[in-house]
Structures are given as C-alpha cells and as structure tokens.
Design a protein around this ligand. Structure first.
Ligand code: PAF
Length: 294
C-alpha cells in the first residue's frame, strides 16, 4: 500500500494509473477506521482496480463547539486496517496541505440541509461539500463510496456530483452494525458503558417506527419514537424525523422513498442512525398534499 501525504504526489500517481487505464475507487474517511469503513473498501475492490482511502479530519465540517480537537485519531492503526482491507493507496494530507491559506471559494449547500443534521449542525454540509470538491479533484475517482448511516451526507454528495458535473459514481453502502444493532461509528468510542448499552435503542426505535408505519401511521410515529428513546436512554433526543429521501422534505403522497432518521446526544457523543424505506407508504386517506405520516 502506497502512503501519500502531498496533493501533488497524489495527483501524479492518479494520472499514471489513469494513463494505464485503471479504474479508481475512492473511500474518503476521517480515519479511526471501523468495520463500516472496511466494508466500503471491500465493496470498492469489486468495481475498481486502484482503491484510494483518504484520512483527513476536516476542520471545515466541525462547528465551534463540536469535537474536532478530540475526534479520535490513530494513523498507525488505520494504516494496518486499510492495508488488510485491500486499500492500494492511503492519502493522509494534513490541514496545511489541504487548506494552506484562507479559502477564496468554498461550497455552499442550498438544499437537503434544512432538516436533520443540517438543521442542528449549521454549516456542517458546506464543510463536507468543500472538502469533497477538493478531494474529488485530487483523486479523480470513477467511484466514490459512502456509508448510508450518514444518509443526509449521501443525499448532499449526490447533489454536489450532479450539480458540479463530477464524472463520479456515488455509491451509498448499507450501514454496518454491531451484533446488537448499533450502527458502527468512530464516535461510539466516546460512549460510557451504560450509554453503550442504551445506544442500541436508536436502531430499536427505527425498527419500531417502521412497524408503526406499516401498520398505518396516524401521524404520531415521530412522537412515539421520541417517547421510546426518552424512556430507554439517558441521552437527549436531537431529532426523530420521517422525510422524503433524498429531498429531505415533508413526505407527500408522491414520495416514493422515505427516510426515518434519529439523532441522540449522549454525554460525549452525538449518535445518528436511519432507515430508508421504498414505496411503503404515503397512502393518505384523503387527496391532501401532505402525507398521513406527518
Ligand atoms: O463521512 C465522513 O467521514 C466525512 O464527512 C467525509 C465524507 C470523509 C468528508 O470529510
């Protein structure tokens, strides 16, 4: 596995691989790799010849009171894991390399950010879109892989790639879970023992919500989820929402795909999870514009 920390070297290597006709698969990460990331690398190997994994904790996507400074970092461990999963190139620029001076231009996301994490983490997706615009130019991948645990992020990235005409296939991959159902996340290490046990209820609340919807929702699913999470965790519920996907708007009878999404703040970690459902509902009793799940 090649290890590169300079943008110039990365671009040089990619140019050589492209000249040789190689298909580039890209797994952008902020490091502290877990099985979810490794499954993205394994998936990338199915479609691509050269797998690039980037590790960069992007300051632009953290708010002033968020966990940028204490975000878990362990490059040595990540190197071993990425190699074992089959990465060919590990790209780990530092902040000076990525942002050598104050930016003249950054990307601003206009849609798909007024709800869920975009609402509680103002500016977060501008930071994600800006760093990915840079990384996409540096790595020029044919395929880019992202976990659907961050489904809103995937929706924003699909918009970015479409609007800015990046010749990249964005592949959203299923959320990897621990055996008890907790979605894998680098931030799970922040949970204390009690919170780790409680965190399983995020997934449980989604399973229940899906059942409530299938049984015929009376517009109370979000409230019922909040109640369930308040009863079963010590965390503070940030949101429980049912929205159309990928638009992230209130569902209408025309919404073919829905997301049920949840975020809970524990003492040192804010966890998110979701489930995306195809064609399951929006069977309103009337022809009202808004769907019955609201
Ligand atoms: O999902 C992440 O780890 C980050 O948001 C990403 C896509 C690597 C951009 O910094």
């Amino acid at each position: 596995m090649k290890q590169i920390n300079s943008i110039k070297d990365m671009q040089k290597l990619i140019a050589e691989e492209k000249r040789a006709g190689k298909v580039i698969g890209f797994v952008p990460t902020m490091g502290y790799l877990h099985d979810g990331h490794l499954s993205l690398i394994e998936r990338a190997k199915k479609e691509s010849d050269v797998i690039v994994v980037s590790i960069f904790v992007n300051p632009l996507q953290f708010g002033p009171n968020e966990d940028f400074d204490r975000y878990p970092r362990d490059l040595e461990r990540d190197e071993k894991l990425a190699l074992k999963a089959g990465a060919d190139v590990l790209f780990f620029p530092d902040t000076k390399e990525m942002y050598p001076k104050e930016s003249v231009v950054t990307v601003s996301v206009n849609k798909r950010v007024d709800a869920l994490c975009g609402e509680s983490r103002v500016g977060h997706f501008d930071g994600v879109a800006t760093v990915l615009t840079k990384l996409f130019h540096i790595v020029s991948p044919d395929y880019a892989y992202f976990g659907l645990k961050d489904a809103q992020q995937v929706a924003v990235i699909e918009g970015l790639v479409e609007d800015f005409n990046f010749p990249i296939n964005v592949i959203g991959c299923e959320t990897k879970r621990e055996v008890d159902g907790l979605a894998m996340s680098s931030r799970n290490v922040y949970l204390n023992d009690r919170e780790r046990q409680e965190a399983v209820h995020l997934n449980a609340s989604l399973i229940k919500a899906e059942k409530w919807l299938l049984e015929g929702d009376s517009g109370e699913t979000e409230q019922k989820m909040i109640k369930y999470l308040e009863e079963h965790t010590s965390g503070v519920v940030d949101y429980c929402k049912i929205l159309s996907y990928p638009e992230l708007l209130p569902p209408t009878p025309q919404s073919k795909r829905l997301i049920i999404a949840v975020a809970v703040k524990f003492s040192n970690a804010r966890l998110i999870d979701n489930v995306i459902l195809d064609n399951i509902l929006c069977r309103p009793e009337s022809e009202e514009e808004t769907c019955s799940v609201r």
